[in-house]
Design a protein around this ligand. Structure first.
Ligand code: B3K
Ligand code: ZN
Length: 882
């Protein structure tokens, strides 16, 4: 199985100046005619053969400059078309441009990979990133080959009244036999991965946006019939995103029309095709009856993310796929900033860091660890990862931290000035930041090349006599597959020193003042010491404020210091963090007690800390909800070398239940004060109250008392919004409430016609930690609403079970692993991408006990034995076994 390496990059031998595509769409096949204006690339090694990518294509005709090619002049195999240009008569292919015409037949109706051209709910759509365009026509399917596209689509008018592609519609008309056509022209050069086509009968929401320079842009959202009422939030979000990008980055939209099409069958969240975004319905449709507050926020964020790609991704794109983080890390950072501005900076930061700790740290410590700019891959689709996206965004955030908002903006401006219309590399981005700010980023570049999560170990000494505080900082980074002996990183360590009242002391170094910029300490060496002067009293240290770098921090806090920070830290992120550390210490202590065969003891000092937080009048309800949520078990697993999962789960449940008991009245009082049954409102205060009330209810349900169950049942049945209903449903499905199956059945009856709600119903059952779940999931995949071909459904049942139900997935009898492997076997040839994602659930097998390790490896080995295994799944499974 071939591996692709970053170091092997070579420019394409031929460029494609113009791309003319004709689509003839029929129910059982489609004909694609491509006319490509090709020219030898002056910046590449000359070649006598033209090699184009193409998969699953039936070649019907091939012409060069109007000359039909004979079989001796070209060859096709399962991946490529090769034309021996030196065998084509009278063709001066080194000097002149020439036209290649190919006509192919494809079968969108049987395309279940959801890559290339396929059908979703009877309507045509495309997904080309990363390498799906080659399933549509023969092409140089790589991001550094950019071309001007003109697309003609022809289809039956009744069934497919809307015919859409990138850019502007230039022509449309009626044809014989009830068919019609439309022609689209995109004036911007783009790589093939940004091509899109949609054809179908949709409901359409129309609006417009006036840009800062006064241009009027048409905005259109296309959805399945009957879903129009669920599009208004997406439209409002789009307008906010357009205004925000003008305001914060000075970036204006460039075409006259911006279209979003929502499809039910989609491998990812959405796709930023030029002028024609294609979205998973999950990130477009939102109405308070069917979508939660979190769903609303996610829709807004993904709409913004895809819109922001118009500049960071489309106007400036990637030279090759190893550079993916160039557009994804940057665009995630931009959408994070946007959401923070719309909601709450601290809450958004905490949520983003939770993703890093629970998912990215795990990836970075496992068999798939890779730098944000990978050096090799087998299947590119496997590298759309939390590392490339979310760690990539953390790296971008560090520029922002180091250079300030103004410096960052200067760097962005220079990046666009230099590279608009080009396909570039991460190195080009670093240079723009460096040059715009005259800032040396030589060492900072290691964040692009070295995988693994750096660890900072900090110790401190206070010298009362000389009023000095000395910090000793050590950095290390673990070995990762293919990389050992890492070089030190440039790590911005934001910090504060708190006095007895909790106020920040002024920061001043005794020597090397360049090592401190404001409250940022520059960690650049393996070991460094910093001496802070004029420190009148022993301070409490607040380290890595706002999670200023994607690292693990070790500092030996005592309970008293943590409680102090939890109560007083002016950095809300670290305030939350102190609480999480307090909880985590208790959980590990409870594990140790079990290990020693002792009775678990609940430490009463927690009660005070939690009570103070609960009754705080100044803190936001969403912040409280986050601070009252126990650390995620997945994040805890990443804190230790090997985990006793059984003890960890028992400890986690014990702590939750003890806190529930100790503060029973408080949970109830706050639940009642924050849970409202009246008119539904979706302002910030109401959203915060729902989040806070939801956490209070989760503690009440943990009491396992009939009264608490009654509250949850009543919330589920009487709520007028999906946020409250889903919270009630989830809590009950995960409890021992005896009538829960009846509630589940009723919920399904009520919502069976809303796919996205049915997915919530699936998920709430697949994540029930109790033993019967393993049988329940077997019946769920046989349920009429389940569909193996639909990734949202697969994620809701199989993905949720394997990724968010630790107790059942890691059953001691191995049945959880067997279930997952069975589903991968059913799926790998139907939808390789989604099957590979599921396979990743085995990646952390080395964390567990010997018996679980053995059981997981057995399943991985079985997967590797499968006939005609897709390279997607092969890469994940083979790397997992190492
Ligand atoms: N760029 C797309 C992801 C494409 C996935 C390819 N398997 C969505 C996004 O990041 O905006
Ligand atoms: Zn993206």
């Amino acid at each position: 199985i071939p591996v692709k390496y970053r170091k092997d990059y070579k420019p394409s031998a031929y460029l494609i100046h113009e791309t003319k595509l004709d689509f003839d769409l029929f129910d059982d096949h489609s004909i694609v005619t491509a006319r490509l204006k090709l020219q030898a690339n002056p910046n590449a090694d000359p070649s006598d053969s033209l090699v184009l990518d193409g998969e699953e294509l039936k070649l019907l005709e091939i012409f060069i400059n109007g000359q039909k090619l004979e079989s001796a002049q070209y060859e096709t195999d399962s991946e490529q078309l090769t034309v021996w240009l030196d065998k084509v008569h009278n063709l001066n292919y080194q000097q002149n441009s020439f036209e290649l015409m190919t006509k192919v037949r494809i079968y969108p109706n049987t395309n279940t990979s959801l890559e290339g051209l396929y059908l979703s709910n009877g309507k045509f759509c495309t997904q080309c990133e990363a390498e799906g365009f080659r399933k549509i026509t023969y092409y140089s399917d790589r991001p550094d080959v950019m071309s001007i596209f003109t697309v003609r689509i022809e289809a039956a008018q009744q069934k497919y009244p809307h015919l859409l592609s990138n850019g502007n519609q230039t022509e449309h008309g009626k044809l014989a036999n009830g068919r019609h056509y439309a022609i689209w022209h995109d004036p911007f050069r783009k790589p093939s991965y940004l091509f899109a086509l949609c054809a179908g009968n949709y409901d359409l929401l129309e609006d417009h946006f006036k840009t800062q320079s006064g241009r009027k842009i048409k905005l259109e959202i296309y959805v399945d019939k009957g879903k129009l009422e669920q599009c208004h939030h997406a439209m409002a979000s789009l307008k906010k995103a357009m205004a925000w990008d003008e305001e914060v980055f000075g970036l204006e939209y460039d075409l006259d029309i911006y279209m979003v099409v929502a499809v039910g069958d989609f491998n990812m969240g959405a796709m930023e095709n030029k002028g024609l975004n294609i979205f998973n319905t999950k990130y477009v449709l939102a109405h308070s009856d069917t979508a939660t507050d979190q769903d609303f926020e996610d829709v807004e964020a993904v709409i913004a993310h895809e819109y922001f790609h118009n500049w960071t991704g489309n106007r400036v794109t990637c030279r090759d796929w190893f550079q993916l983080s160039l557009k994804e890390g940057l665009t995630v950072f931009r959408d994070q900033q946007f959401t923070a501005d719309q909601t709450d900076h601290a809450v958004k930061r905490i949520e983003d860091v939770k993703v890093i700790r629970s998912h990215q740290f795990a990836e970075d410590a496992g068999p798939m660890a890779h730098p944000i700019r990978p050096d090799s891959y087998i299947e590119m689709n496997n590298f759309y990862t939390v590392t490339v996206y979310n760690k990539g965004a953390e790296i971008i955030r560090m520029y922002h931290t180091l250079l300030g908002a103004g410096g960052f903006r200067h760097g962005m401006d220079l990046y666009f000035e230099r590279h608009d219309g080009q396909a570039v590399t991460c190195e080009d981005f670093v240079c723009a930041m460096e040059d715009a700010n005259e800032y040396d980023l030589k060492q900072f570049r290691r964040w692009y090349s070295q995988a693994g999560t750096p660890e900072l170990t900090v110790t401190s000494e206070y010298d009362e006599l000389h009023r000095k505080l000395t910090l000793h900082v050590k950095q290390t980074c673990p070995d990762t597959p293919g990389q050992s002996n890492k070089q030190p990183f440039h790590i911005p360590l934001k910090l504060g020193l708190l006095d007895k009242e909790g106020k920040d002391l002024p920061l001043q170094l005794a020597a090397n003042p360049e090592q401190l910029t404001g409250d940022i300490l520059h960690i650049t060496q393996l070991e460094q010491s910093f001496e802070f002067t004029e420190i009148a009293q022993q301070p409490v240290l607040s380290l890595l404020r706002n999670f200023s770098a994607p690292v693990r921090l070790h500092y030996d806090y005592n309970d008293h210091e943590l409680a102090f920070l939890f109560a007083h830290d002016s950095d809300p992120f670290n305030q939350w963090e102190a609480g999480q550390r307090l909880f985590a210490r208790v959980i590990w202590q409870l594990c140790a007690e079990q290990e020693a065969g002792e009775v678990m003891q609940f430490p009463l000092h927690l009660v005070n800390a939690v009570q103070n937080l609960l009754s705080s009048e100044s803190l936001d309800g969403r912040f409280k909800a986050l601070a009252l949520t126990l650390p995620d078990i997945k994040a805890l697993i990443e804190e230790v070398e090997r985990v006793n999962l059984d003890h960890l789960i028992v400890a986690h449940n014990f702590l939750k239940k003890e806190l529930a008991c100790q503060l029973e009245m408080d949970w109830l009082v706050h639940y009642q004060a924050n849970h409202h049954v009246g008119k539904f409102q979706q302002d910030k205060t109401s959203i915060a109250q729902r989040a806070f009330a939801g956490v209070c209810l989760s503690y009440l349900v943990a009491l396992e008392k009939p009264k608490a169950y009654e509250l949850a049942v009543s919330q589920l049945l009487n709520s007028n919004n999906m946020t409250d209903a889903e919270t009630g449903l989830k809590l009950l499905m995960h409890s021992n409430y005896e009538d829960k199956q009846q509630l589940a059945d009723d919920f399904y009856q009520k919502w069976q016609n809303e796919d996205l709600v049915v997915n919530k119903w699936f998920m709430s059952q697949a994540t029930d930690p109790s033993d019967p779940t393993i049988e329940r999931v077997e019946t769920l995949i046989e349920h009429p609403a389940f569909d193996l071909k639909n990734p949202n459904k697969v994620r809701a049942v199989v993905g949720a079970f394997a990724g968010a139900n630790l107790a059942q997935f890691h059953r001691k009898d191995g049945q959880g692993y067997v279930f997952l492997a069975e589903q991968i076997k059913r799926l790998y040839s139907v939808n390789p991408q989604t099957a590979a994602r599921l396979t990743g659930a085995f990646n952390r097998w080395k964390k567990f006990d010997d018996e679980r390790q053995r059981l997981m490896c057995e399943q991985l080995q079985g997967i590797l034995q499968l006939p005609d295994l897709s390279k997607d799944v092969y890469e994940i499974a083979s790397k997992a076994l190492g």
